[in-house]
Design a protein around this ligand. Structure first.
Ligand SMILES: C[S@@+](CC[C@H](N)C(=O)[O-])C[C@H]1O[C@@H](n2cnc3c(N)ncnc32)[C@H](O)[C@@H]1O
Length: 204
């Protein structure tokens, strides 16, 4: 069944503006943690030259993505696949871009570690990992809304919580990625763009 969430409705246009600046003209996008599928339909339509592969760990999300795709998916939107970012067995072995929106704070840290390991493994040389969400940034005053959000996440699950940008970046670097851009987004979120260097081979 098609599910609707308010966040992807709110953030899709600001995110699209950043994606328009960084996306290649052609290639494959692996979306990790597609959620309802609203982003997948919207972004696949916005980038008809890209093949869009939605995924999620949650079976109900996979059903919702499939339902969105059946109703209004453009031809470049592929059927959703189950993918747990924290594991080393992804159903996709190559991608030019990985998009991950609002996942790492609402999942154990192992999911962020797995995401970086997977990005190092599957991204093509020069490929991008684009992440969106709330972060704590060293040396920057934290917005009260992000402190409250962090507390509410930890109350729901002690393994969840807003992540430190520095820790996320260190994890990305461990797998051969370089942080290329950090863009301030509405509501104290960030878009963070990592790149696998063009001369890089696969990493573990
Ligand atoms: C807040 S929702 C965001 C969904 C979507 N990206 C969006 O912006 O609307 C978080 C999503 O992360 C997924 N998720 C959590 N842990 C995951 C993991 N280890 N691997 C893949 N997806 C995961 C959840 O199933 C959920 O769909």
């Amino acid at each position: 069944m098609k599910r609707h969430a308010p966040a992807p409705e709110r953030n899709r246009e600001p995110l699209l503006a950043v994606l328009r600046e960084v996306m290649p003209a052609s290639g494959t996008v692996l979306e990790v943690a597609s959620g309802t599928g609203q982003h997948a339909v919207f972004f696949a339509r916005a980038f008809p030259g890209l093949l869009w592969q939605p995924t999620d760990v949650d079976p109900e999300s996979l059903e919702s993505i499939a339902a969105w795709r059946a109703e209004e998916g453009p031809p470049n939107l592929l059927p959703p696949l189950p993918l747990d970012a924290s594991t080393g067995t992804w159903p996709v072995t190559s991608a030019d871009v990985i998009l991950n929106v609002n996942m790492i704070h609402i999942s154990p840290w192992a999911s962020c570690q797995g995401l970086m390991r997977g990005a190092g493994r599957v991204l093509s040389p020069g490929g991008l990992l684009v992440m969106y969400g709330p972060y704590f940034v060293e040396g920057r005053e934290t917005a009260p809304s992000n402190l409250a959000f962090d507390a509410s996440l930890r109350a729901r699950n002690e393994a969840w919580g807003v992540r430190e940008l520095g820790a996320v970046t260190a994890e990305a670097e461990r797998h051969g990625l370089r942080r290329e851009r950090v863009v301030d987004m509405p509501s104290n979120n960030l878009t963070v763009v990592f790149r696998k260097p063009p001369d890089a081979g696969p990493t573990g």
